[in-house]
Write a protein that binds this ligand. Structure first.
Ligand code: NOJ
Length: 717
């Protein structure tokens, strides 16, 4: 390979629908492009690929990347929703199916999973991850890698995974997307890095370097992250792609003097592939940098090798093309839609259910009022990071409820309010979409009144409130967690009509629903439930499915409490700890791991296999969980630990085990967990390494992070 051909392999470009494909032909022919992203049309993929493999000198195939985040053609719930299922096996199956659909059009590589821990829900990308906890996040990260990649990179009908955004991107100051993250090493090692390590141990073939500064060094120019940690400490053998334009942006950070310097710094830090919109910093500057001896030929070789290896492993040299005839049957597979429904049902979290208002009896109501724009919005039901689906095929909550009920029940719908953003999102601008024109004052008043009238005229009101799908995701941070627009006003006005209300929430972050928690009898968190969302939610509302999801984050009362996470340390007695705000209690509205069912569970007989273990040894924890209600259900059994003393303050509780179990009415099961060195060690700033200490540990098992069933064991030398 010539130097220019090597550098060409290190260049990845977007190819958008609004661009003319021919514009890239000559560059591909010249070997200047190694990868394209955002092409979803199989004919176009084959067209580009043909130029690469028949007209370029070395005939190296292109690798096609895309954001397959929670589905491709069939959309599954938004990732934070799937995390609420606490069901890694399901998530693995979901991503297997998503991979299959994407692979059928010729995509080889997904920019997922996003494994950034998020402890600040103002940050809109909380939607794309697994929430606040490293243990849950790690299990879900590994499951997604297995789902996308199958048992090896290159498994048929699978994709190469890309774990992102390395690292610390989930901790932007103020929750402002792209903002600097300032994280201590203990936070990094104990909280933010574990899901990355889990994804890499599960075999993830690529890593995306993040946009922001990590402790003042941009992640994309950060040698410590990309070399010392990722390659030397973790033995990562795949490749690193920059986030879009992150190499070019090294200038914006004030880290690189110019584009040339940016290319030099990213290449020497260890970014193998530059993703760019137009900049092509590597392509334009790296040859010069080699001539100037600022980047060595050996470094270029080391950067190119894993890129070529990935193409070899994916089988692209043998099978560069995609069989266009397989797309339709793959998309039409009913199993995928079925999985989308099951995933949406398993992801929902029942937050409140006073006097067992839910499930609703199908024959019990003659007139149901359905209120709120999200109940009929197909686009919103799908959530952010969805581009290649057929929006029309989405089941909305209105259609889901109507499908479920017989002719004797009428469902009357009213919009009630508009949920509008103050500003159009960057994506709207980019995709040339304008937000709907806002209603005038008098239109707003009329629509609100109409909704109240519909409720008055019904036996029960189901209200679907929350955020538009583009209010979370990239560049979609919020200043408050209020129900946007006039939704709270609508909720209060409808509540005043005096009919029972079920509130269904569609959103991807905790919202300030304190008023609803006090005044509305039933609240169901639906997330953005995806293609089959409406049917799934209707199944849950009418008892054909039983909610069992649990919150993957602490649901704060208000944005002013942020950051808040359950695994904090403690410096004052709990009483004092809980009385620090003038306005109210310190804790969240709903705790981490919380979620109700239509049945109830009881825990008993928490047992440890032995009272003491040696450092490095393991203890088995067992507990009996019983379904004490009258119907079958599932419970997420959770295990938390706390190290009572040591050479650092340890969190009051840390999740170290969980299992979702299914129990018939009256049934009891014994659930077992193993606690060994992996669960009991932590990264200690004093010794700057992982340590396990000979100390006493508390262990709790139960249905959420506040469970009281407790025992202790000792670790001895
Ligand atoms: C920018 C986002 O930060 C990243 O998550 C995504 O994969 C790339 N754009 C490509 O769309």
């Amino acid at each position: 390979m010539t130097l220019a051909e090597k550098i060409g392999q290190m260049n990845q470009l977007f190819s958008f629908e609004f661009q003319k494909p021919e514009d890239k032909d000559e560059s591909i022919r010249k070997g200047e492009i190694g990868s394209l992203l955002f092409v979803t049309n199989p004919a176009l993929i084959n067209r580009f690929q043909k130029i690469a493999v028949t007209e370029s000198r070395l005939k190296i195939p292109l690798i096609f990347g895309f954001d397959v985040i929670h589905g491709f053609h069939t959309i599954f719930p938004i990732p934070i929703g799937m995390a609420a299922s606490w069901d890694p096996k399901m998530i693995e199956r979901v991503q297997t199916m998503a991979a299959r659909e994407a692979r059928s059009v010729g995509i080889n590589w997904t920019f997922a999973p996003m494994v950034d821990i998020a402890r600040d829900p103002r940050w809109g990308r909380i939607a794309e991850g697994a929430g606040e906890d490293p243990f849950l996040g790690s299990a879900i990260a590994a499951a997604q890698v297995r789902g996308f990649q199958g048992d090896r990179i290159g498994a048929p009908e699978h994709l190469l995974a890309c774990v992102k955004h390395f690292a610390g991107y989930g901790a932007p100051e103020g929750g402002r997307d792209y903002e600097a993250a300032n994280l201590s090493d203990t936070q990094l090692y104990n909280v933010y890095l574990p899901p990355y390590k889990a994804a890499i141990d599960a075999g993830a073939g690529s890593v995306m370097s993040a946009y922001m500064d990590l402790n003042d060094i941009p992640a994309t120019g950060n040698r410590w992250l990309l070399q010392d940690l990722l390659r030397k400490e973790w033995n990562f053998k795949g490749f690193v792609v920059s986030d879009a334009d992150a190499v070019k942006n090294l200038q914006t950070h004030g880290f690189a003097r110019d584009a040339y310097d940016a290319a030099v710094k990213a290449a020497n830090a260890g970014v193998n592939l530059e993703m760019s919109l137009f900049a092509q910093t590597y392509l334009k500057n790296l040859a010069n940098a080699v001539t100037q001896n600022q980047v060595s030929v050996k470094q270029i070789d080391d950067l190119v090798r894993p890129l070529l290896e990935a193409k070899i492993k994916l089988g692209l040299f043998e099978n560069p093309y995609v069989d266009e005839a397989k797309v339709k049957p793959t998309f039409a597979d009913p199993g995928t839609r079925e999985m989308a429904r099951v995933a949406a049902e398993r992801s929902a979290v029942l937050l409140k259910n006073q006097n067992s208002l839910l499930p609703l009896s199908k024959a019990g109501y003659k007139k149901i009022a359905l209120i709120g724009p999200l109940a009929v919005s197909k686009r919103d039901t799908l959530g952010s990071w969805t581009f290649a689906m057929d929006v029309d095929q989405t089941s909305t909550i209105l259609s889901g409820i109507k499908n479920k009920l017989g002719p004797d029940t009428s469902v009357e719908y009213a919009t009630g309010v508009q949920i509008s953003r103050t500003l159009a999102s960057p994506f709207d601008v980019f995709l040339n979409q304008k937000p709907a024109a806002p209603w005038t004052e008098s239109e707003s008043a009329d629509e609100l009144q109409k909704a109240v009238n519909v409720a008055k005229n019904s036996d029960i009101a189901v209200m679907v409130l929350g955020e538009n799908q583009d209010m979370s995701g990239e560049a979609a941070s919020r200043m408050t967690l209020d129900l946007p627009g006039r939704q709270l006003e609508l909720l209060k006005a409808v509540a005043a009509a005096g009919k029972p209300i079920v509130l269904v929430l569609m959103n991807a972050r905790p919202l300030d629903i304190s008023w609803a928690e006090q005044n509305i009898p039933a609240i169901l968190e639906a997330w953005y439930p995806g293609t089959e969302g409406g049917d799934a939610i209707a199944n849950l509302l009418f008892g054909d499915a039983v909610p069992a999801g649990k919150l993957p984050f602490s649901w704060v009362q208000t944005s002013a409490q942020i950051p808040f996470y359950y695994s904090h340390t403690l410096s004052q007695e709990p009483d004092r700890q809980n009385q620090r705000y003038w306005e109210g209690k310190t804790g969240p509205l709903y705790r981490f791991g919380y979620g109700l069912s239509y049945t109830t569970f009881a825990y008993a007989n928490l047992k440890l296999s032995q009272p003491e273990i040696k450092i490095g040894g393991s203890v088995e924890v067992s507990v009996e969980v019983k379904n004490t209600g009258a119907r079958a259900g599932e419970e997420v059994v959770q295990l938390y630990i706390h190290q009572q003393a040591g050479s650092a303050s340890r969190p009051v509780r840390e999740l170290k085990g969980f299992e979702r179990v299914s129990l018939a009415a009256g049934e009891t099961k014994t659930v077992r967990f193993k606690l060994g060195p992996n669960e009991l060690r932590y990264w200690n700033a004093g010794v700057r390494n992982w340590i396990q200490e000979a100390e006493t540990f508390d262990v709790w098992v139960g249905g959420d992070s506040s469970t009281s069933l407790q025992s202790t064991f000792k670790v001895i030398k």
